[in-house]
Write a protein of this length. Structure first.
Length: 363
């Protein structure tokens, strides 16, 4: 763990430090960080390349201009009222847009950046009473953080936290509601240079919908997929795969991914909605998807990251399924030893169902 002072250090001093630390770095995450800082301050480099997560297909390379990345940083710092001299926490890989933008926000807003090796539970390295004003985590990281009470207390002392990279499950939201600091879920992607909308998850000012940052315009196409108009981010018309319900000019409700939507009997079902309803029943990682049935239609299935379903667990699932709407009840449960995941923890649904070890009928 170490700190980079973008508040009081000159640009020349930062460049010299980055060169020195890059040569001395023992670990790859440190070398990536110092190389990124070097490239950022190099006027000959006008664009930064980054790969998408690859959760719904092969990762693709995208190049963003520094001007667009600075615009994104300004929007976030303004929306969260971050100040010069604040301490930000970097515990995300800098070869991904999430980690890159924590560095850019710190440079733009002249903050002090506390750097920790990315891991599933990065706060173990922090002191008992950390003074951190702003941090970003993946939901997978934050899930691990909230399962340990001493680490939970550390997280609660961080003034403002953003979570991004995947949806936040209801179980995690219940833990977040107990916290007194400001915690937000973000909406965005590599193409939009991190997030374009925020949703406060806790406190009396918590939000029902995502609120779009200033300078971003949204609409929905004929399939109800979100369309983002953000020329300053290099995206004048980005059609996403995210099904939404537009709530006024600057807000939307996220319903799910269109590539996950299940069409059964002419009715569209959003798996993410069912997953939220099962959160208090299932402890193992899981997701809802579908399979073709003998009639040529689709039947719902629950996919569990488990190798064995005990009789009592099967009964618990039966009871939970009975409380769902009839069309939302899974007809089969598939057991998978290990889900396929992206480097930041997102489940690759299509790859994960390829080699089941057991299929249990719940018809």
């Amino acid at each position: 763990m170490f700190e980079i002072d973008f508040f009081s250090s000159s640009e020349a001093a930062i460049i010299e430090l980055a060169h020195e630390k890059f040569l001395a770095a023992d670990e790859e995450w440190e070398r990536q960080l110092w190389q990124f800082i070097t490239d950022w301050f190099n006027p000959a480099i006008t664009g930064i390349s980054v790969f998408t997560s690859g959760s719904t297909g092969a990762p693709k390379k995208i190049e963003h201009t520094k001007d667009a990345m600075t615009f994104s940083a300004r929007q976030t710092c303004t929306a969260l009222a971050l100040k010069h001299g604040d301490r930000a926490l970097l515990c995300l890989p800098v070869n991904k847009i999430s980690g890159m933008m924590m560095v850019v926000r710190s440079i733009y807003n002249k903050m002090k950046l506390v750097c920790i090796k990315p891991s599933t539970n990065p706060l173990t390295e922090l002191e008992e009473n950390p003074r951190i004003d702003f941090a970003a985590f993946t939901p997978m990281q934050f899930h691990g953080i909230t399962r340990s009470y001493p680490i939970f207390l550390k997280a609660e002392k961080i003034k403002k936290i953003i979570l991004g990279g995947e949806d936040v499950r209801a179980e995690l939201v219940q833990n977040i509601l107990k916290m007194e600091n400001e915690i937000y879920i973000t909406f965005g992607m590599t193409e939009t240079i991190s997030h374009i909308a925020l949703k406060r998850l806790n406190g009396p000012a918590h939000d029902k919908n995502f609120k779009v940052l200033p300078g971003i315009h949204i609409s929905a196409d004929k399939t109800n997929c979100l369309v983002i108009d953000a020329p300053q981010l290099g995206q004048p018309c980005l059609i996403t795969n995210d099904v939404v319900s537009i709530q006024g000019e600057n807000e939307f409700q996220w319903l799910g991914r269109i590539d996950n939507v299940i069409n059964t009997g002419g009715i569209k079902i959003y798996p993410e909605e069912i997953e939220q309803q099962l959160v208090n029943t299932i402890e193992a990682p899981y997701f809802i998807t579908s399979r073709k049935d003998i009639t040529g239609g689709e039947k719902l299935i629950l996919v569990l990251e488990m190798i064995l379903l005990k009789p009592e667990e099967k009964e618990e699932l039966k009871e939970a399924f009975s409380k769902l709407e009839k069309l939302h009840r899974p007809k089969q449960v598939i057991l998978i030893p290990h889900f396929a995941r992206t480097p930041n923890g997102k489940i690759k649904r299509r790859e994960s169902v390829l080699n089941p070890i057991d299929v249990i009928d719940f018809s």
